[in-house]
Design a protein around this ligand. Structure first.
Ligand SMILES: Nc1ncnc2c1ncn2[C@@H]1O[C@H](COP(=O)(O)OP(=O)(O)O)[C@@H](O)[C@H]1O
Ligand SMILES: [Mg+2]
Length: 331
């Protein structure tokens, strides 16, 4: 089930989405395991899904939805719908999707659990931005809900009231979502991929190495940094295992990720984005349920480093979906 109709070439704005060819590749991967697969595009209407559930009657829906009707916060409702129909699906449950998609709610919950997150303020749509006095610059402005670095560029980093207001209004106008301004965390960019419902499996800590970006360029994962291969090549940007962390630091980071996955009630699989300061302070930036699982993406690469080949990884995701017990439903 994906947001793309039959030929998945076009690609809507949104989540950690590289080229939509991912849908073809994941589809091929699942077929290679011997499963019968039918692709269903769900864009603005659930009829194609309903039809496939009747005609094809699958054991499970492999969820590759990134949005519903262009809204990245609405795919969770499609998952809720599957749950109401008692249809197994892969990836995160609707409650986890709701909690993790909201970058403010995520931080409120994690703060309760003692996990360090950037301080922040939300600037709602249709209200003129007024910053509170107790949130010092530099700040980082982004959409409260969008994914895949949508709306993120060097201009997201602001140091004055004028820049802040400009950027908040830019987010409001161009994305039509609330904006969030966060304490800017200067540091290394780390990603941790996890699998599991109750028992969790963590893959090695991954790092986005900004390498030889010119010093005046802030080290942030813009769309260009994430998806523009020519730009990556030009500046030597790569993601790779973070191999130089002390065992203590490594286990602190993995603990934080495990606790956060549970605190946000995630299931299936997720990737957690973190920053590590030069004083070895760890800040959690966001949790990404149902992250990009194409071959050669951070999730599958770090799984491969744990000995999972791609097909085994897909099969594990299918099994987790089949065994997931929805909230409030007795086994
Ligand atoms: N508070 C912050 N401090 C420093 N960098 C940040 C902060 N928030 C976001 N970034 C940078 O922007 C990137 C994208 O932000 P993120 O919140 O992960 O949004 P998305 O959902 O678009 O991936 C991060 O990977 C990081 O490089
Ligand atoms: Mg991110």
């Amino acid at each position: 089930v994906s947001s793309y109709e039959k030929a998945p070439h076009s690609h809507s704005h949104g989540r950690e989405s590289g080229p939509a060819g991912i849908h073809r590749r994941a589809d091929r991967g699942v077929r290679a395991l011997g499963h019968a697969v039918r692709k269903v595009g769900v864009k603005t209407d659930l009829q194609p899904l309903d039809d496939a559930l009747v005609d094809f009657d699958p054991h499970i829906c492999f969820n590759l939805l990134e949005d519903f009707a262009g809204h990245v916060t609405r795919d969770q409702h499609v998952v809720s719908y599957l749950e109401l129909l008692n249809r197994p699906y892969t990836g995160c449950n609707p409650r986890g999707l709701t909690l993790a998609r909201d970058k403010a709610l995520t931080k409120k919950i994690l703060t309760f659990h003692g996990i360090a997150v950037p301080r922040f303020q939300v600037f709602p749509l249709n209200r003129s931005p007024k910053k509170t006095d107790d949130l010092p610059y530099p700040l980082f402005v982004k959409s409260l809900t969008e994914e895949g670095s949508t709306g993120i560029s060097q201009a997201s980093l602001v140091t004055t009231d004028t820049q802040l207001v400009e950027r908040v209004e830019f987010i409001h106008k161009t994305l039509g979502t609330d904006a969030i301004a966060e304490q800017y965390i200067d540091g290394r960019e780390l990603y941790v991929s996890l699998l599991g419902n109750r028992q969790l499996q963590l893959f090695p800590i991954w790092e986005l190495d900004f390498a030889n970006l010119p010093p005046e360029v802030a080290r942030i994962a813009t769309k260009k940094v994430k998806f523009d291969t020519a730009y990556q090549k030009r500046h030597g940007i790569i993601s790779r295992p973070a191999t130089d962390l002390s065992p203590q630091l490594e286990s602190r980071i993995l603990d934080i990720c495990k606790q956060s996955y549970r605190a946000l009630e995630l299931s299936g699989y997720a990737r957690i984005d973190l920053r590590l300061t030069s004083d070895n302070e760890i800040y959690l930036l966001e949790a990404n349920p149902n992250p990009q699982i194409a071959r050669s993406e951070d999730f599958s690469d770090s799984a491969a480093a744990s000995g999972y080949n791609y097909e085994t990884l897909l099969q594990k995701i299918v099994s987790l979906g089949l065994y997931y017990q929805p909230l409030g439903i007795a086994a």
